[in-house]
Ligand binder design. Structure first.
Ligand SMILES: Cc1ncc(C[n+]2csc(CCOP(=O)(O)OP(=O)(O)O)c2C)c(N)n1
Ligand SMILES: [Mg+2]
Length: 554
């Protein structure tokens, strides 16, 4: 490494915190452990970094992931040895699947005890290898800055993702001369001229092109470039799974979201397209609807910052490694009047049919709640969500119009929504942050409400309580009708739970009650929960338990 500044002797733990300062880290999320007390001590001496001590490492990791996904800066997590590592691994997996920059520091057992199955010992390098971009154990204290700075670089460069640093506890207090490099600047690769030309030729030949925009557009902050590009050529844009905010949903060029339980109208648009322009999407199982939508007769133009993502699922006719903003700005071709206007209008019409959100008092409560949210959320707001069928109404009907207004787990991890809201609120304190969860998912990390209370982080949590693991019940009814097993849940008062944890809450049964409660929540300066009692029968968007049973019976 090219040394930049040499400092006086300092401990390896202080070096870690100094690396954080070089990268302008403002928040770290942790559950404390005796294995890394020197890092906590170095943080004690560093008032520019706030430490958020969570109730569970899974919660801490989701907070850090939600923080990173909101403001595109790396999320930092600290935890202890095998036990903390096991607990937080769900957040690491989410960061891996969602391409979110995350850096995890784990105290490890003493170097002299390694390999003896010491107290709480886990070989962290093996443990995290399949779900991280890089995992490393630091054995030499003087190499701490080199490795930590490399971790910051790897987490953010190319396809972002999680990096794990394991540090034997005896390494942390050792003093050494430390050499620090400059802060990380992400490389922004530009497409070659020949690639731009080849891409333009593909586009010009297409009759029904369709852009699928994914997280790569968000991490390149290329939303505006995408809008300009799409507008110039009247190209339809579809959002990849849980990347709703990549393009304004109310724009005539937005034509839908490739999600779970997708409407047939949206599927029709993809089926009719003859060129897919995959922009910063890894074409995941959900985005491609079980790898079904990109058929042999379609052309595929894939642009991604990561060479390993190109062709990982489908061999593209043309694959370009580039930063999405650089790539979209490089396309300067002109199709003249032969734009794709007619094709776009049809696609948009289909999207509107599938997602029409007109407030009807007869609508199922879940849908009315989304309509009320749409009308009452301030312009500067972020929505986070958990995994579960309650989210279907949000994903189908809510219209995301601003960049960086949605934070959801493409990993489908339950328990994500509320802790991610804590992270999002810390990232953007001026924004209203609302999490949506089911009763099942909320209970997986409900304890973090106390973390929000302790640090005075005012988030609004909506809990859709249908007293069941509804999504799994739906699959159960589809495959094994009338045989309910393991999917019923007890009757929890989420309002009482919120109050017990120091937050506030309201129980609602009707749309009108929800409207009042939500208005009240917006005025609150502390964490609040709105428990929405929903019916089991309306198990998913557009279907009921009775209908599922009848379908199977036919
Ligand atoms: C951590 C985790 N465990 C299990 C699952 C499988 N799973 C997906 S949705 C779901 C039920 C969600 O229930 P709830 O949060 O109450 O939402 P609902 O579907 O009832 O609206 C389960 C168990 C998962 N996605 N994540
Ligand atoms: Mg439920």
């Amino acid at each position: 490494m090219k040394p930049q500044h040499i400092t006086n002797k300092q401990t390896a733990a202080q070096a870690i915190v100094n690396c954080m300062k070089i990268e302008k880290v403002r928040h770290v999320f942790c559950v404390p452990g005796e294995s890394y007390l020197p890092i906590l001590d170095a943080l004690y001496d560093s008032p520019t970094i706030d430490v958020i001590s969570a109730r569970h490492e899974g919660g801490a990791a989701f907070m850090a992931e939600g923080y990173a996904k909101s403001n595109l800066k790396p999320g930092i997590v600290l935890a202890t040895r095998g036990v903390g590592a096991a607990n937080l691994s769900i957040g690491v997996h989410t960061a891996y699947q969602d391409s979110t920059p995350l850096i995890v520091f784990l105290g490890q057992v003493h170097r002299k005890f390694r390999g003896r199955e010491a107290f709480q010992e886990v070989d962290l390098e093996q443990f995290f290898q399949p779900i991280s971009k890089w995992v490393v154990e630091v054995k030499d204290p003087e190499r701490m800055p080199e490795i930590v700075q490399k971790a910051f670089r790897i987490a953010q460069s190319g396809r972002p993702g999680p990096v794990i640093i394991s540090i034997p506890e005896d390494v942390l207090p050792i003093k050494a001369e430390m050499y620090f490099g400059p802060s990380v600047k992400k490389p922004n690769p530009v497409p070659a001229q020949a690639e731009v030309k080849a891409a333009e030729e593909l586009l010009l030949k297409a009759k029904r092109p369709l852009i699928i925009a994914g997280g790569g557009v968000k991490s390149a902050r290329a939303e505006r470039a995408l809008l300009t590009f799409a507008e110039k050529h009247k190209l339809p844009v579809m959002a990849a799974f849980r990347r709703h905010d990549v393009f304004p949903n109310d724009h005539p060029l937005y034509v839908g979201h490739l999600g779970l339980g997708m409407a047939k109208e949206i599927r029709e648009t993809v089926a009719q397209s003859d060129l897919i322009v995959a922009c910063g999407t890894r074409l995941s199982e959900v985005t491609t609807q079980d790898y079904s939508i990109i058929t042999a007769e379609k052309k595929l133009l894939q642009i991604d910052i990561d060479v390993a993502t190109l062709g990982n699922v489908y061999a593209p006719d043309l694959g370009i490694v580039a930063d999405l903003r650089e790539a979209l700005e490089a396309f300067t071709f002109n199709r003249g009047d032969r734009g794709w206007g007619d094709w776009v209008s049809k696609c948009r019409q289909r999207y509107e049919e599938a997602s029409c959100l007109v407030y009807q008092p007869t609508d199922v409560l879940n849908k009315q709640v989304i309509a009320i949210l749409q009308d009452n959320l301030p312009a500067e707001a972020t929505i986070t969500n958990d995994a579960g069928n309650f989210a279907g109404w949000l994903h189908t009907f809510f219209s995301f119009t601003k960049a960086h207004s949605y934070v959801g787990p493409t990993s489908g991890a339950m328990g994500y929504g509320m802790p991610a809201a804590i992270g999002a609120k810390l990232a953007f304190p001026h924004k209203t942050v609302v999490s949506l969860s089911g009763d099942g998912g909320f209970m997986m990390t409900a304890q973090e409400l106390e973390t929000a209370v302790r640090y005075e982080i005012p988030i609004i949590s909506l809990v859709f309580n249908n007293q069941m693991y509804g999504t799994i019940r739906m699959h159960q009814e589809m495959d094994y009708p009338n045989k309910v097993m393991a999917t019923d849940l007890g009757n929890v008062s989420f309002v009482d739970l919120a109050k017990a944890l120091g937050a506030d809450g309201h129980l609602v049964h009707t749309a009108e009650e929800f409207r009042q409660a939500f208005k009240w929540a917006l005025t609150m300066k502390r964490p609040v929960v709105i428990e929405i009692q929903t019916e089991q029968e309306h198990i998913a968007v557009g279907t009921t338990i009775d209908q599922l049973r009848k379908q199977k019976g036919e």
